[in-house]
Design a protein around this ligand. Structure first.
Ligand code: ADP
Length: 163
C-alpha cells in the first residue's frame, strides 16, 4: 500500500534515537516525511536551515525519507502532505501521558490520521535532544548519542555556546 507517514519534531539536534525511529518507520511505509518544526518563538541551538541540513545529512542513506520544515498546525500540514500516519517515538512510560493526549487531540482534528508509536531502541531510551544539549553545553561528550553530521556541527560551535 502506498502510505505516507509524517514524523514531526524539533530535531534540535537530531539524535541517534530519532535516526533509529525514522529508519524503522521507513521500512513500514512507502514515504516518511520528517517535518522539522520551525517555531521562531522557541529558542533553538541550531536555526531551522541548519537543523534541516543536519537531518538531511543524517538520513541520506534512507531513500524514501524526505525532510521538510513546517510551521503551524501539524494536522493541516500532514493533510497537505497526503500523510495518513503520524509517527511518534516512545521512550518511557513518562512519554505516554503526553503522547496519548496529543494523539487524541490530533484524531479529533483529523480523524483519518492514525498515530503509530515506534518504541525507542533500548540503547537510546534515555536520549533526548534537550539532554544532549545540556550535556554538550556543560562540556560532556555526546558523540555516542548523535549522528556524525551533528558531531561535526557541535565541534564547530563557537566556544561561547559552551560553559
Ligand atoms: P525531543 O523529544 O528529543 O526533544 P523531538 O521533539 O524532536 O525531540 O521529538 C520528536 C519525536 O521523536 C517524539 O515523538 C519523541 O518522542 C521522539 N524521540 C525523541 N528521542 C527519541 C529516542 N531517543 N527514541 C525514540 N523516540 C525518540
Amino acid at each position: 500500500m502506498d502510505v505516507t507517514a509524517i514524523y514531526p519534531g524539533s530535531f534540535d539536534p537530531i539524535t541517534l534515537g530519532h535516526v533509529d525511529v525514522v529508519s524503522r518507520a521507513s521500512k513500514l511505509f512507502s514515504t516518511v516525511v520528517m517535518a522539522v518544526v520551525d517555531n521562531p518563538q522557541k529558542k533553538a541551538l541550531f536555526d531551522i536551515e541548519h537543523r534541516l541540513e543536519l537531518v538531511r545529512q543524517s538520513v541520506a542513506h534512507l531513500p524514501n525519507v524526505k525532510v521538510v520544515a513546517f510551521r503551524g498546525l501539524l494536522v493541516k500540514f500532514a493533510e497537505a502532505q497526503g500523510a495518513t500516519v503520524l509517527i511518534r517515538g516512545l521512550r518511557a512510560i513518562s512519554d505516554y501521558e503526553y503522547e496519548f493526549q496529543l494523539s487524541q487531540m490530533n484524531k479529533s482534528l483529523y480523524p483519518s490520521l492514525e498515530t503509530v508509536f515506534v518504541m525507542a531502541k533500548l540503547d537510546y531510551t534515555f536520549v533526548s535532544s534537550s539532554m544532549v544539549k545540556e550535556v554538550f553545553m556543560l562540556g560532556g561528550g555526546v558523540d555516542h548519542l548523535v549522528p556524525a553530521p551533528v558531531q561535526l556541527a557541535l565541534k564547530q560551535m563557537p566556544v561561547s555556546s559552551q560553559f
